[in-house]
Design a protein around this ligand. Structure first.
Ligand code: FAD
Length: 590
């Protein structure tokens, strides 16, 4: 009885048979007549009762397997009623007539004839619900709890605790893969702590700003990824690697201590302004869902204001948008913004296309340095043809309210978006692990942080040797995902006293959208550009977007985008950062 399914099936059969017997007995007493033959569909009452009890046992097993221990009595009874009504429709109207060589009996007169059986089934549903409710509790008391969700596990059942910090590509994939490798072994308790309660699918973030995709559609909730992993929306107030604990603040007003046997650092990166406070104070960043929505609302606000601005110089400043940094984030953002702003002018009758300026500033020789020179040049040519100005080998050196300084030139612009640099998340900087000069934890090729036995690092916050190229693994989603898979394997191996393996990944290429139906792609050494690359981009990223539901929603967004103009209503603002200060430290979080 220590196996979940054995226990639930046994109890389901017992409760199903008992509730079937009692309800039939009561029905025979109260309704009498042909009720027993109606229930089993046989003219001989004893055979009919046998058939009915068989279905009652099946009803019990099904209900027992699907019912939750956490439901209260009222919910459980409602579930029992709904479940029994469904079973009546299937068994009495379809299965029994078919077994007797008849057609399903679902015409109104036939259904009315079988209503007495529905009353029996509903009574049985109530008995079944109550029976299961109490027998589950008794069984837990007699035989001990079988953990189905991690919170049910008593402290002594946990042999190892893995704490994953960060709910991005690296953290989520590590927890998900490790959970898969562990199967039903719940003695390893995984906790994932993340500042946001969703995974952000960053490759589609520019589409949110450009209004092509709804924000929630690229941000599947973390809790939908796991069966047993405990998810805490929170952030570490302190990481104590000497004591193997993390103090978590989670917005409850009370900080908690989370002990661990293995700690995974996957907290990503933060924008780097290279110490320029003016730029930091006046620029938008472009890393989170709230960044994307704030930029979008800001752009719509500027269009509204510009439409009512009689002064052409002021109007020009309102319609000048400067994006700094020409990696994936900056290039895709300016391409999307260009489409959005120019495509929305149709609504703003006082604005003209030639008043709009979108400027991409970058210090390098070419935009999209992740791509080959040929593809980057293609992207640049396309962007320029669509109205984007590209200032290469240039730097934004200062910014103020309504001004942006590029080199020595001071430009009037109400929008500055900074994508020019990232730093490993500072939350891991002073925890006592070896870091490089940017603040990334340095790992070995097995992803273990140098000098630590049980601290691991992946993704944008880690400096990881890439044995394939001899350099460091690049800070991309593609690498974070592969690192996470290796890390899950290694955690599973180490927990089971097996050796960890080396991280090794051959880049599959890179893809970037540079504007309406235009992309550049380098996949497995082959180069594509234009519409085909754009379709490839959409196909590949749609397939990688987690959860079927989000895939369908994004697909619908794309279809709608083909037929309708972009929406210029303000989007609801989301605040993803933690806001509540914790005051106390109590006990250990289970
Ligand atoms: C706009 C944009 C577009 C991009 N496009 C591409 C692309 O097309 N292809 C590609 O390969 N890469 C792309 N990238 C890069 C890619 O997103 C990152 O390399 C990848 O997300 C790194 O994964 P990660 O798990 O290390 O960090 P992230 O995915 O950033 O996850 C970090 C997680 O840590 C959480 N966190 C942060 N601070 C704390 C804290 N103090 N406490 C708890 N949790 C915390 C965050 O909420 C987040 O869940 C893009 C990035 C951006 C910003």
């Amino acid at each position: 009885m220590n196996n979940f399914y054995v226990r639930r099936i046994t109890m389901g059969i017992v409760v199903g048979l008992i509730s079937g017997l009692i309800s039939t007995f009561l029905a025979d007493l109260l309704i009498g007549g042909t009720i027993i033959t109606l229930l089993g569909g046989n003219t001989q009452p004893i055979v009919s009762l046998g058939i009915h009890l068989l279905f009652s046992a099946l009803l019990g097993v099904g209900f027992s397997l699907v019912s939750s221990l956490k439901a209260n009595v009222g919910d459980q009874i409602m579930n029992g009623l709904v479940y029994a009504a469904g079973q009546w429709a299937v068994v009495i109207l379809v299965v029994i007539p078919v077994l007797n060589g008849q057609a399903p009996q679902w015409q109104p007169p036939e259904v009315i004839l079988r209503f007495p059986a529905l009353i029996v089934y509903l009574g049985q549903g109530v008995l079944l619900a109550l029976g299961c409710y109490w027998i589950f509790k008794l069984a837990d008391r007699w035989y001990g709890i079988i953990a189905t969700e991690i919170d049910d596990i008593p402290e002594e059942g946990i042999k190892q605790r893995v704490v994953v910090l960060g709910g991005g590509f690296g953290g989520v994939t590590t927890a998900q893969q490790l959970e898969g490798l562990l199967g039903d072994d719940l003695s390893v308790h995984i906790t994932l702590v993340s500042q946001t309660n969703h995974l952000l699918f960053t490759p589609m973030l520019a589409e949110v700003t450009a209004g092509g995709v709804e924000a929630q559609h690229i941000s599947p909730p973390l809790r939908t990824f796991f069966r047993h992993v405990r998810v805490i929306r929170g952030e570490p107030a302190a990481i104590n690697i000497a004591q193997n604990t993390v103090i978590i603040k989670s917005g409850t007003g009370v900080a908690r201590i989370l002990p661990y046997d293995h700690l995974v650092l996957a907290v990503g990166a933060v924008p780097n302004f290279f110490g320029n406070k003016n730029i930091e104070a006046n620029a938008f960043t472009f890393k989170s869902l709230s960044d994307a929505i704030h930029i979008r609302n800001h752009v719509i606000d500027l269009l509204e204001r510009a439409d009512n601005e009689p002064n052409p110089i002021r109007r020009k400043a309102l319609l000048t948008f400067v994006v700094v940094g020409a990696g994936f984030a900056g290039s895709e953002l300016i391409g999307g913004l260009n489409d959005f702003v120019r495509g929305s002018l149709w609504y703003y009758k006082h604005l003209h296309n030639d008043e709009v300026s979108l400027i991409l500033v970058h210090p390098g020789e070419q935009i999209l340095p992740e791509l080959s020179t040929k593809l980057a040049q293609y992207a640049e040519t396309k962007m320029i043809a669509r109205g984007v100005s590209i200032r290469g080998k240039a730097r934004v050196t200062d910014a103020g309210q309504g001004t942006v300084t590029i080199g020595d030139e001071i430009l009037s612009a109400e929008t500055l978006i900074w994508t020019a640099g990232n730093l490993p998340n500072p939350v891991i900087r002073d925890i006592g692990c070896e870091t490089d000069k940017r603040g990334a934890v340095i790992t070995d090729d097995k992803l273990r942080v140098n000098g630590q036995l049980n601290v691991w690092g992946i993704g944008d916050c880690a400096s990881i040797p890439d044995v394939v190229t001899g350099k460091n693994a690049p800070p991309t989603a593609q690498y974070a995902l592969r690192e996470a898979k290796t890390l899950a394997y290694n955690l599973h191996a180490v927990i089971h006293n097996r050796p960890p393996k080396q991280f090794r990944h051959h880049s599959q290429g890179a893809l970037a959208v540079v504007g309406h139906q235009t992309a550049c792609a380098e996949v497995f050494g082959m180069q594509f550009s234009g519409l085909f690359a754009w379709l490839l981009w959409r196909g590949i990223y749609l397939s990688k977007l987690p959860t079927l539901e989000k895939k369908v929603r994004v697909l619908l967004d794309w279809v709608i985008d083909v037929f309708f103009p972009r929406d210029i209503a303000y989007a609801p603002v989301v605040e993803s950062d933690m806001t509540v200060e914790e005051v106390l430290i109590v006990g250990e979080a289970s």
